[in-house]
Write a protein that binds this ligand. Structure first.
Ligand SMILES: [Ca+2]
Length: 460
């Protein structure tokens, strides 16, 4: 018995000596690259995301698996690509499509972590996938804060934004931040996986006035656009820009185009929309700052991995398009930052293309957790150690059945279900203004890229 006791004591001590790192997992809804250190927009102000980036590695080419909340998040959280799960739109439910999936949080729970979360991690009804959580904070919700609409605008004007006369703590993301901060203050009996999901900068872009004050309308810059940019798109691409596509495949395009860009221009709201999105990003950044400060005060920062991700990008007039719902760079690229006490470079940008689907295997690798079979991503550990190393595998992005984009460091190749194609050379054309797909000298390039297209799945 004494020998057994000794062994148990040694085992216990070893377990403490090599305690697993904690994870602070921060998801941000609809955040594109308009973040200070990524230079996506000259007016972006995100001091807190920037200081996190200084502690770790920030990816300049991180892409979602799908340019929409539900399929992007289900893919990120299960490690299963949309072309395998058939989760293409916001209507599909996690447990209907993937009943046996082991979510990232489930895997951490099974590995001895205390897994807690608040806010938007999953989308919609999957939010309360209770197998994923030890504790999930069901916020009582915030009061409805109404934006005072400019009475000079016609009723038809699309203006889902405006300043609010309330405090951060009256906003849902503020309430959830406070809960996360309280959890960080508690004594921790086990390693923790703490997930904070922000609902901003998703529409509506209504946040306290002080964040609008950070971005005065004078001096706001429009994003780069090209007149006639849609002229060289295949029919499917042009429809994605102008209409509403249903990626779940029941119907292709809404009969009535939503025409956001036409509406914004007609009502002289382009700069105001950009101001409101920038203000909402600054609000989200401030909430992230509160949580990072709480981590620093908690005494756990020295043993906590922080990962921050957006779920996809967002157009504000590029390709005459607003929102996400498309396979271009602007719809699909999003911030991704890792910081860790060990094994992650400090203050580095990584230019290699990576996918949000890589987060799952990366966190298992960084925390020394058992690998899981069937994950479609790959661990980024080697890139986090050395962000300049070679990285061969391109990113696959899917939007609905058989519509895919393949992204390498230089090229983006899009093929739609009807055979329409786009090819962009990011080295010469980072804004994706010139579609090279129909030029014969690029056919070899296209064929190389098309080898990465997922095998066709004929039924949804
Ligand atoms: Ca074009």
């Amino acid at each position: 018995m004494n020998v057994l006791k000794c062994l148990l004591l040694l085992f216990f001590l070893a377990g403490n000596l090599w305690a697993r790192p904690n994870v602070l997992f921060i998801g941000v809804d609809d955040l594109r690259d308009w973040v200070g250190h990524l230079s996506g927009h000259p007016n972006a102000k995100t001091p807190n995301i920037d200081r996190l980036a200084k502690r770790g590695v920030s990816f300049t080419r991180a892409y979602c698996s799908a340019p929409l909340c539900n399929p992007s998040r289900i893919s990120l959280l299960t490690g299963v690509a949309p072309s395998k799960s058939g989760v293409y739109g916001n209507g599909e439910k996690l447990r209907q499509k993937l009943p046996d999936a082991v979510t990232l949080m489930q895997h951490f729970r099974a590995s001895g972590y205390s897994v807690r979360g608040a806010g938007k991690i999953f989308h919609g009804t999957s939010a309360y996938d209770m197998d994923s959580w030890d504790i999930f904070f069901k916020s009582p919700g915030s009061k409805k804060h109404r934006v005072k609409r400019d009475s000079s605008l016609p009723k038809s004007a699309w203006v889902p934004w405006g300043a609010l006369a309330c405090s951060d703590d009256e906003m849902l993301d503020g309430i959830n931040a406070k809960w996360i901060i309280t959890e960080l203050k508690k004594p921790q009996e086990k390693p923790f996986f703490l997930a904070y999901g922000l609902t901003k900068p998703h529409l509506t872009w209504s946040v306290p006035q002080k964040y609008f004050d950070l971005h005065p309308l004078e001096g706001i810059k429009l994003p780069p656009t090209k007149k006639g940019d849609l002229d060289d798109l295949p029919a499917f691409g042009e429809k994605l820009a102008r209409e509403v596509y249903d990626p779940s495949g029941e119907r292709d395009f809404a009969v009535k185009p939503n025409g956001d860009h036409v509406n914004v221009i007609a009502n002289n709201q382009w700069l105001k929309g950009i101001q409101a999105y920038l203000a909402t990003i600054s609000f989200a950044d401030a909430q992230i700052g509160r949580v990072l400060d709480a981590l620093d005060r908690s005494g756990h920062a020295g043993n906590t991995i922080v990962v921050l991700w957006g779920d996809h990008g967002w157009h504000l007039g590029e390709k005459e398009h607003w929102r996400k719902h498309a396979l271009w760079d602007v719809s699909t690229r999003t911030p991704l930052v890792f910081s860790a006490p060990h094994g992650v470079a400090k203050g580095k940008l990584c230019q290699r293309p990576v996918s949000l689907i890589d987060i799952y295997p990366t966190l298992l690798d960084l925390c020394g957790l058992p690998e899981l079979k069937g994950l479609d991503g790959q661990s980024l550990k080697l890139l986090l150690e050395n962000p300049d190393r070679q990285w061969e595998r391109p990113v696959v992005i899917t939007y609905g059945l058989n519509n895919h984009a393949i992204q390498t460091e230089r090229w983006r190749y899009i093929r739609y279900r009807d055979g329409g194609e786009e090819l962009y050379d990011h080295e010469r054309d980072p804004n994706e203004w010139t579609n090279l797909a129909s030029i014969s000298k690029y056919s070899l390039q296209k064929s190389k890229l098309s080898k990465w297209l997922p095998v066709k799945k004929l039924v949804n």
